[in-house]
Design a protein around this ligand. Structure first.
Ligand code: SF4
Ligand code: SF4
Length: 496
């Protein structure tokens, strides 16, 4: 196998043994390459099967689908001879790097398009770009052709994230601040994880009045901010933390687990019988709920398991500071900046992961000065969202803007602040400290670069698929830099 698309890739180079660090088998990796190759062939034929492009690309995102059988079903759906992906993996390293940036960006973008489509939203430009960019991957192109396409991937992804933002807020209302309990009540319960709000809504409807409590996990935590979801009384709170802690947190859990999207960790024997996947998530040996979305088997499993005998104590988290809420506070925020009460904003956002070096983000947030605001989103926040940073004149110092799917909101807030202060985003007292793990983070990064945003600090390591020359281009044009230590980085930032 050859795969180097995520941050935990073997030796910061590539997974190439019998299976990947994530648990993906060599056979599944090969099937994913064949699926990608089939999509490239189809795009070269100018196919308009946008649903297949979106499903096929999202299926190959890290920790979504480990099942050779279901990946092969998608290849069958394509019905064409796959383009040979080794032509990309064995290409000149700069060409391979740029094509990887485009492909992995497209995979992340497909995740956003998939969630928007689930709520009935799509966009012609986004759809057409999947075809254009995939077709380009199968062509013999040089750096001068590929670099603009990398930037276009970022620009179109911004449009796709805006589409998803509209889909979510028009369907479930504008998120508002919510206190979320992590205590678990006695009795049957279901934990739902992933990013698919529609699956959560359907599960809430199907469990109403059945004596089952629903808890979010991981990237589903921000669901509590949406009025149309939190109106359900049996949506009780949040269980556990980020995706990489699943095997520890789900060990022998007396409740059912529903995985709606990434990030799925291979389930352990102690809980595999109570795991259900749906949508594009699939794992051999795990029950799958098909597109009819009849969650009866999940409900039955929760009732059979019965839940905890005793109440499990927890703490309180907060979420729901979407761009609607933050922009509602705009006057107060601007006033506080002008008066000097707020000196700086940090966007500490992105994925979480296994590496202990990710503790950087907790230490960084802990050390941010009292006159600064920390905006966060995506599951990296679980490294520090238990911290009480206090508030500045009633504005909480730590504001959770939502899922990685809500990154568009951060761009909107930054643009609004820049407009209010009559400057560019790069001139704002705002620093971006990002953590990446998989391909959604790649497309978000490309979107930020396409907006001309500079000085992004990225960690915990730089992507293995970025060649020296491509990195040089990014450093020279965008001053992108790796994280160092919280003290050093804070010193460098606050000095400016
Ligand atoms: S997704 Fe990441 S961990 Fe899994 S095989 Fe690919 S590079 Fe390795
Ligand atoms: S933020 Fe990234 S790592 Fe976390 S669940 Fe979302 S996609 Fe996965």
């Amino acid at each position: 196998m050859f795969c180097f698309q995520c941050e935990q890739t073997a030796n910061c180079s590539a997974c190439s043994g019998a299976s990947g660090v994530c648990g993906k088998s060599g056979a599944a990796a090969q099937a994913q390459d064949n699926l990608t190759g089939a999509l490239i062939t189809l795009a070269g034929m100018n196919s308009k099967d946008y649903n297949l492009f979106i499903d096929g690309l999202f299926t190959t995102v890290t920790n979504v689908n480990f099942s050779v059988k279901s990946i092969e079903a998608l290849i069958q759906r394509a019905g064409v001879k796959p383009y040979d992906m080794t032509q990309i993996w064995n290409a000149d390293e700069d060409i391979r790097s740029l094509k990887s940036l485009i492909l992995f960006g497209l995979r992340g973008m497909a995740a956003y398009a998939y969630h928007a489509r689930a709520l009935g939203y799509s966009d012609d430009e986004v759809n057409a770009f999947f075809v254009k960019a995939l077709a380009a991957l199968g062509k013999d192109l040089g750096m001068d052709d590929l670099l603009p396409l990398v930037m276009e991937t970022g620009r179109v992804n911004l449009k796709c994230m805006e589409l998803l933002d509209r889909a979510n807020t028009q369907t479930y209302g504008t998120p508002s601040p919510a206190e979320v309990e992590t205590e678990i009540e006695k009795g049957p319960f279901i934990v739902i994880t992933g990013h698919d709000l529609r699956d959560l809504e359907l599960l809430l409807k199907q469990t109403e009045g059945k004596g089952i409590n629903i808890y979010t996990h991981g990237e589903m935590l921000p669901a509590h901010g949406y009025p149309e979801l939190r109106k359900y009384n049996h949506l009780k709170g949040n269980f556990g933390t980020a995706w990489q802690n699943q095997q520890k947190e789900f060990d022998s859990i007396p409740g059912a687990l529903l995985f709606t999207t990434n990030c799925l960790m291979p389930p352990k024997a102690s809980y595999i019988d109570r795991v259900f996947t749906t949508g594009l998530v699939d794992f051999e040996g795990v029950a799958h709920i098909d597109e009819a979305k009849d969650f009866s088997p999940v409900i039955k499993k929760a009732l059979d398991l019965g839940g905890y005998d005793e109440y499990q104590p927890g703490k309180t988290l907060s979420t729901g500071f979407g761009h609607g809420t933050i922009l509602g506070l705009a006057d107060k925020v601007i006033e506080s900046v002008k008066s000097g009460a707020i000196k700086h904003f940090f966007l500490v956002a992105g994925c979480d992961g296994i590496k202990s070096s990710r503790n950087y983000y907790r230490e960084f947030v802990k050390k941010t000065p009292d006159d600064t605001i920390v905006l966060t989103l995506a599951c990296g926040k679980f490294r520090f969202n238990d911290l009480d940073l206090g508030n500045i004149g009633g504005i909480p110092r730590l504001l959770d803007m939502g899922q990685c799917n809500d990154a568009y909101g951060a761009v909107k807030v930054a643009s609004a602040l820049a407009e209010a202060f009559g400057c560019s985003v790069n001139d704002l007292p705002l620093s971006l400290i990002l953590s990446w793990y998989e391909q959604k983070a790649v497309c978000i990064l490309l979107s930020l670069l396409s907006l001309g945003i500079k000085d992004i600090r990225l960690g915990p390591t730089l992507p293995a698929f970025v060649s020296q020359n491509v990195l040089k281009y990014l450093v020279e044009n965008f001053a992108i830099k790796p994280i160092t230590t919280p003290d050093e980085d804070l010193k460098a930032i606050i000095k400016h």
